[in-house]
Write a protein that binds this ligand. Structure first.
Ligand code: UD1
Ligand code: CA
Length: 419
């Protein structure tokens, strides 16, 4: 497709229906916010321009997406409807000629292939609209068609007649417009409707007369789920979680019980790794091949498991690397640690990484044996093939030299005859 593309993302609404103080588009979905999830899909289309329309909680939302390049943020002012939001966005697209795709920031399950198909569906028409056949169309705009089956408009639910409410084809909330036809149609919007708003959806009836409008219908109606309430957020999370798990299963990751396994977006897992039940793996973890994680393990941001590492029940790992073949099988906390290869981390081991002000590093070198219940007070290093005895407290900076055996509280080298 040679036409340039601009995408307008609408996220100025208050999100009243969620009943929480967090801005709706900052609600979390498997390790990303709703808006990040949408912006990631948009980025897959490589648009020339991306305009994000904000207003309520503008500073917070803008800060949350500040790390992304190429976004233009505009303030809608007091939101007066989706049509008004696009009118404002178009002010920063003056002179832009091409496709303008409009997406809503609260519909995080859409996929790039569907958006590409929507764009292709426009052809030479003035606009294309993504539609779906919903089991429960409640709350969604209905697609109006004439006797020949051509789209003639979109009616918001609150403006529908009883007959129109029976229509099960709904507006998914994604559109691709020819920029100049969109600009023209936006001029003709009125707020003469049940909500007194300028509806973007009213541009469609206008464009039908003239350049014409086409539709593309989604195959999988999960893709159009909009998050207006926490209940819908939970539904969206289930769908997203299933997608993530299916992808890992397809890559040869053995997930014993997908129904109790939580793996966020953006986790890399090698083949032949086994994920056992009730395990939580947060975004940003990298797990090698042939590892075992769980049951009841919690891997947090910055965890790296090298091939063959094993993390067992009630073990939490954060910002740590666990070397090849190393094991921490029971009841441990490993934070800000670099654990070498073939290390045994005994039951109940803790890296005391936080002194109340700063986080400190723990290093355990290859082949070390950390006895049960050891506390490693960081910063500290346990040398290669060294051993700590059960219950040892290795105090900060008191590094255990390679090959030595340290025991006690505070830990000290064990003399030969004590061994
Ligand atoms: C909208 C559609 C409806 C469609 C549904 C799909 C309209 C008029 N209705 O309804 O046909 O079936 O989505 O999910 O478009 N927003 C702004 N500024 C505004 C108003 C809204 O930026 O002035 C943003 C909101 O933050 C939200 C998105 O636009 O991200 C959609 O608005 P929302 O109020 O959720 O529309 P729906 O009632 O869901
Ligand atoms: Ca919505």
């Amino acid at each position: 497709m040679s036409r340039p593309l601009a995408v307008v993302v609408l996220a100025a609404g208050l999100g009243k229906r969620t009943k929480v103080s967090l801005p709706k588009v900052l609600l979390p979905l498997c390790g990303r916010t709703l808006i990040d999830t949408v912006l990631d899909v948009v980025a897959e289309l490589h648009p020339e321009r991306t305009v994000v329309v904000l207003h309520h909680h503008k500073e917070r939302v803008a800060k949350a997406i500040a790390g992304r390049s190429g976004l233009q943020i505009v303030d809608q002012g007091e939101p007066r409807g989706t049509g008004h939001a696009v009118q404002v966005a178009m002010e920063s697209l003056i002179g832009f000629e091409g496709d303008v795709m409009v997406v809503y920031g609260d519909c995080p399950l859409i996929t790039a292939p569907t958006l590409r198909a929507l764009r292709d569906a426009r052809g030479e028409a003035g606009a294309s609209v993504l539609t779906a056949f919903a089991d429960d169309p409640t709350g969604l705009g209905r697609i109006l068609r004439d006797v020949n089956g051509n789209i003639v408009g979109i009616r918001e639910e609150r403006d529908c007649s009883p007959e129109e409410l029976e229509i099960d084809e709904v507006n998914a909330g994604f559109y691709c417009f020819a920029s100049r036809h969109l600009a023209g149609a936006l001029l003709g919007l009125s707020d003469d409707n049940a909500q007194g708003e300028l509806y973007l959806t009213d541009t469609i009836a206008q464009l039908v007369e003239g350049p014409g409008v086409t539709t593309h219908t989604v195959v999988d109606d999960d893709e159009i789920l909009g998050v207006n309430s926490l209940r819908e957020l939970a539904l969206a999370r289930d769908v997203m979680q299933e997608r993530i798990l299916l992808e890992h299963l397809g890559n040869g990751v053995i997930i014993e019980d997908p129904s109790t396994t939580y793996i966020e977006h953006g986790v890399v897992i090698g083949r032949d790794t086994r994920i056992l039940p009730c395990t939580v793996i947060r975004t940003g973890c990298v797990i090698g091949e042939g590892c075992e994680v769980g049951p009841f393990a919690h891997l947090r941001l910055g965890t790296r498991l090298e091939d063959g590492a094993e993390i067992g029940n009630f073990v939490e790992v954060k910002k740590s690397t666990i070397g090849r073949g190393s094991k921490a099988k029971h009841l441990a906390y490993l934070g800000d640690a670099t654990i070498g290869a073939q290390v045994n981390v005994g039951c109940g081991t803790i890296t005391a990484n936080y002194d109340g002000k700063h986080k400190h590093q723990t290093v355990v070198e290859d082949g070390a044996f950390i006895g049960s219940g050891t506390v490693l007070v960081a910063p500290v290093t346990v040398g290669a093939k060294a051993t700590t005895g059960a219950g040892a407290i290795v105090t900060r900076g008191r590094d255990v030299p390679p090959g030595e055996v340290w025991v006690g509280v505070p830990a000290r080298a064990m003399r030969k005859k004590e061994r």
